[in-house]
Design a protein around this ligand. Structure first.
Ligand code: NAI
Length: 339
């Protein structure tokens, strides 16, 4: 099948080309993000492959359908950027990669904790300037600290297991508790309030839904243990960025490690070093020494990229062969309760 792959980055092409030795689709890579303005590039392609930065709103979906697109293949787990109701209305199936490496994201969350705690970002810059002073670099032992995990699906569970390995007490909240985490790893499921009030580190691993949007807002920051660390590798809008700035300014929050940001579209994955940042909120966040931001790179391991490419191309092959779409995502029926 002919696949138009949008928002292609250099780092992923070789993984797609390698995985395609098995599937033999025709792959065309476009650097451009999929937006209303670039939809015409997809004309004549049966499948459109999109990433988290691509726009799949009503207008784009309608246009894709009218141009002959028959399948949208997301090369991501998250699908909050897709208007699934419109896709269903236009009978345009949407498939995704539900799992590619929970370890990649969980390990990145741990990486943010360690770097922030031991101030590696500051130490690195100091030493490069021949400043070997240690003042301001004091961290804490993770051993014995309390870590709160919100969302214990694939990634949250992998994260919880790693933190248990550090000797942390792990508290978790998820509407669907994972028995193995309790029984084998000693993770304790508690109410959200307990996580907020008791955790030294809180890590978010829930999908973005209307219910989880701004899950962490002013009122939550006020209930957190003073000086706690917040890690977000889930989705930017789980955290109210203005409330985050307020919490950092008044010291309620001790540190923030963010791999995602509410307004990351058009910023993350781009080189803006010549133009500068237009987003004042992000610019303010970057001024805090106790904030570490990465550009949505938690998934970026060779294993994850290889799995993403293989599953995406298999999803397209299943569609082409008329096999069941095991990785299809659909709009929730109206009135359904969301987790
Ligand atoms: P998953 O579907 O395996 O787990 C999500 C868990 O969240 C489920 O156990 C669910 O019951 C729970 N949940 C849902 N609503 C909740 C709520 N209101 N409170 C507490 N728990 C709730 O998903 P997975 O694979 O673990 O991924 C989690 C999220 O991580 C994805 O939705 C995606 O947004 C993000 N992600 C980020 C990546 C990155 O590169 N930064 C890469 C991949 C995923």
């Amino acid at each position: 099948m002919r696949i138009a792959i949008f928002s292609t980055h250099k780092f992923e092409r070789e993984f797609f080309q390698h995985a395609n030795l098995e599937f033999k689709h025709t792959l065309d890579f476009f650097d451009a993000r999929l937006t209303e303005q670039t939809t015409s590039l997809a004309a004549g392609y049966g499948a459109v492959c999109a990433f988290v930065s691509d726009q799949l709103d009503e207008k784009v979906i309608e246009r894709l359908k009218s141009q002959g697109t028959r399948l949208v293949a997301l090369r991501s787990a998250g699908f909050n950027h897709v208007d699934l109701e419109t896709a269903a209305r236009f009978e345009l199936p949407v498939v995704r990669v539900p799992e590619y490496s929970p370890y990649a994201v969980a390990e990145h969350a741990v990486c943010l904790i360690l770097a922030l705690n031991r101030k590696i970002h500051r130490a690195y810059n100091r030493v490069r300037e021949s400043n070997f002073n240690l003042d301001g670099l004091v961290g804490f032992d993770l051993h014995g600290k309390t870590v709160g995990v919100i969302g214990t699906g694939r990634i949250g569970a992998a994260f919880a297991r790693i933190m248990r390995g550090f000797g942390c007490r792990v508290l978790a909240y998820d509407p669907t508790p994972n028995d193995e985490l309790c029984n084998t790893y000693g993770v304790q499921y508690v109410e959200l309030d307990k996580i907020y009030s008791s955790s030294d580190v809180i890590s978010l691993h829930v999908p973005l839904t209307p219910k989880t949007r701004h899950l962490i807002d002013d009122s939550v920051f006020m209930r957190m243990k003073r000086g706690a660390m917040l890690i977000n590798t889930g989705r930017g809008a789980l955290v109210d960025a203005q409330a985050l700035i307020t919490a950092l300014k008044c010291g309620t929050l001790g540190a923030a490690g963010l791999d995602v940001y509410e307004e990351e579209e058009g910023v993350f994955f781009e080189d803006l070093s010549d133009t500068g940042l237009k987003d004042d909120t992000l610019a303010r966040l970057l001024t805090f020494p106790n904030v570490l931001i990465t550009s949505h790179q938690a998934f970026l391991t060779a294993e994850a990229l290889s799995n993403i490419a293989a599953t995406t191309l298999r999803n397209v092959a299943d569609f082409e062969a008329g096999r069941p779409l095991v990785n299809e995502v659909r709009a929730e029926p109206k009135g359904a309760k969301r987790a």
